[in-house]
Design a protein around this ligand. Structure first.
Ligand code: MN
Length: 596
């Protein structure tokens, strides 16, 4: 929609419609707009898709559109547009990212199961299980059944679905991007609420998946809704700064000469920052005026070693600013972003930022996990994909450990939001959340190392287990099983200490410590604990069926129906396995579903 509007406006500007010129202008206009002027609403989508995947079959896209259009007919967006414009726009965002046909089909249908009478089963029959899985992954839980827990449960369900197929997350991000683009028609309060939630969970997820093209737009639209004045101020600043383009043109030209002299084949171009990134640096640096340095990117044709040759050429031409060089090729960021970063004292003594990377790294920097779909035959991204999914798998491990959806969401938020540091241990780089301690590191190295860690040496010095690690620290972890540690091991292994929970930073370490205590305090368990664990058991069994409980009411009713004196007795029976949790859950679901 937005693209069309811009297009039309640009045409209007190019062809002034003065009375005398009208016939010619009209004829020209009809010629120029002809390709997008056909009545087929799917043609733009098909075109974008085939631009990137020339051999894709468009017929299934048309079929999906027809069904979605049919199902959503009579529904309208808050803006008054027919509802179908939304799934179509989401599919177009996915197409522009370079996603495959299956993703586009799922995007067209993504709201049908939630908002229309189309069932998941019918969808699976019409389009196959792959599409059904994708749509199910982005379908929200019913608030009527889940109450306040609905949101946390929905995110957990989405993450679990993404563990099987990461395309779920990409559709969700595209969905949110379009909703954010069209947030203008909502009330101020709901704009702020939705923008905040986007910023807390979806933007960091997007960052973790490395999809910068989406993240840039999400960032900017979040800023627009949360800080409209600041957004306008930065946009104004970027829009009119005299001489900026000429200056960057000069830097690019000089960099090209320097690279040619060093015999490095590369493309050089300006690399503007997006508004949010300028705003963040402005605020962080305490600047009164918007702070934005000129920036260029050098994409070398050859292997990664050429990046260092290019770096040499740039530093030979302009003096580097001390302390600003970063090697994200040797130590990639947690989202697998790789590049060399440096700042130099450029023409007219102005500081210029320079990014240097290979084509492969550039693709990953722009599209992240989506690069696998956009460039299916490109080599080298396989390992990246595996690493990416390793992160997702670990998130799924917590899912098993955290019985409560709110706790899971909190862990996820924590893991996504934290700044990261890299330390060296066991001769390798380990990424940890900022503020992490040796205990976090020990658990990162392995559950056993964590459970039995005794002491740590940081940069050659003994340090308390609660010390905050810093970027670049070299750390040794000693455990009670460690014969060479020089620490007197006590007679019996002692395991983690409760006070560790007070200082560990990573959700992973926290969960592992909790797990240890849960496993080692089972004997002599109190009734209260049995009630709690019985409830958690039911929660887990419910979640296996993608359900949850908003309140105790259904449980209470069931305990009456089953003849228990009260709810607690039923929960203890579940814990003692006097009744099968799955059987209880089945009865619970029957009870709730028939009541609706
Ligand atoms: Mn939607």
């Amino acid at each position: 929609m937005d693209v069309d509007a811009g297009h039309g406006a640009a045409l209007g500007g190019a062809l002034p419609t003065q009375p005398g010129e009208l016939p010619l202008a009209r004829r020209l206009r009809s010629l120029l707009t002809w390709p997008t002027n056909d009545t087929d609403p799917v043609s733009q989508l098909v075109r974008s898709h085939r631009n990137i995947h020339p051999s894709a079959d468009p017929s299934v896209l048309r079929r999906a559109y027809t069904i979605a259009e049919n199902m959503h007919r009579g529904q309208f967006r808050k803006s008054g547009e027919p509802y179908i414009t939304h799934p179509l726009a989401v599919a177009e965002i996915c197409a522009d990212l370079g996603m495959d046909t299956t993703t586009l089909v799922a995007a067209l249908l993504h709201d049908t199961v939630e908002d229309t009478r189309y069932t998941l089963q019918a969808l699976a029959e019409d389009f196959g299980h792959e599409v059904a899985h994708l749509v199910d992954g982005v379908t929200k839980f019913d608030k009527a059944f889940y109450g306040k827990a609905a949101e946390a449960e929905t995110i957990r369900k989405m993450i679990i679905a993404a563990g099987k197929d990461v395309r779920v997350l990409i559709i969700k991000l595209a969905d949110r991007l379009h909703n954010m683009r069209t947030l203008g028609v909502r009330s101020a309060a709901s704009r702020e609420r939705i923008a905040r939630k986007t910023q807390e969970v979806l933007v960091p997820l997007c960052d973790r998946l490395g999809i910068q093209t989406l993240k840039r737009e999400l960032d900017d639209v979040v800023l627009l809704h949360l800080e409209p004045d600041e957004h306008a101020r930065i946009a104004r600043h970027v829009h009119d700064r005299p001489g900026w383009d000429a200056y960057l043109g000069d830097v690019v030209a000089q960099a090209k000469v320097a690279l040619r002299r060093s015999r490095v084949d590369a493309e050089v171009s300006p690399r503007p920052r997006h508004l949010y990134s300028i705003w963040k640096d402005t605020v962080a640096g305490g600047h009164t005026a918007p702070f934005d340095l000129p920036r260029i990117v050098i994409v070398v044709d050859g292997p990664p070693t050429d990046c260092y040759a290019a770096l040499g050429a740039v530093h030979g031409r302009w003096r580097p600013v001390p302390g600003r060089f970063k090697d994200f090729i040797a130590s990639p960021k947690n989202n697998l972003y790789r590049s060399l970063h440096t700042s130099v004292c450029g023409p007219q003594d102005r500081t210029v930022e320079v990014l240097i990377r290979t084509r492969e790294m550039h693709r990953w920097a722009e599209y992240g996990i989506a690069a696998d779909f956009r460039f299916p035959r490109s080599s080298g991204s396989d390992t990246a994909r595996v690493d990416q999914l390793a992160w997702l798998r670990r998130v799924l491990d917590w899912e098993q450990e955290a019985p409560d959806p709110a706790q899971f969401l909190e862990s996820l938020r924590c893991d996504l939001a934290e700044a990261q540091i890299q330390v060296v241990a066991d001769g390798r780089q380990v990424v940890l959340p900022a503020g992490a301690t040796p205990v976090d590191l020990a658990y990162e190295l392995g559950t056993d190392r964590g459970d039995h860690c005794l002491a740590a040496r940081i940069n050659g010095r003994l340090a308390p287990l609660s010390s905050e690690l810093e970027e670049g620290d070299v750390v040794e972890i000693f455990t009670e099983n460690d014969a060479e540690s020089g620490f007197e091991a006590s007679a019996a292994p002692r395991g983690p200490r409760r006070e560790w929970l007070g200082f560990v930073k990573s959700p992973h370490a926290q969960m592992q410590i909790n797990r240890w205590f849960a496993e080692h305090t089972a004997p002599g368990i109190s009734i209260a604990d049995k009630v709690r664990l019985g409830r958690a058991t039911i929660g887990l069994a419910l979640r296996k069926r993608d359900r949850g409980l908003a309140s105790d009411l259904p449980l209470l009713r069931l305990s009456e129906e089953l003849g228990y004196p009260d709810l607690e007795t039923l929960l203890v029976a579940v814990f003692d396995r006097a009744v099968e949790p799955d059987a209880v859950v089945q009865q619970l679901i029957d009870l709730v579903d028939h009541r609706q």
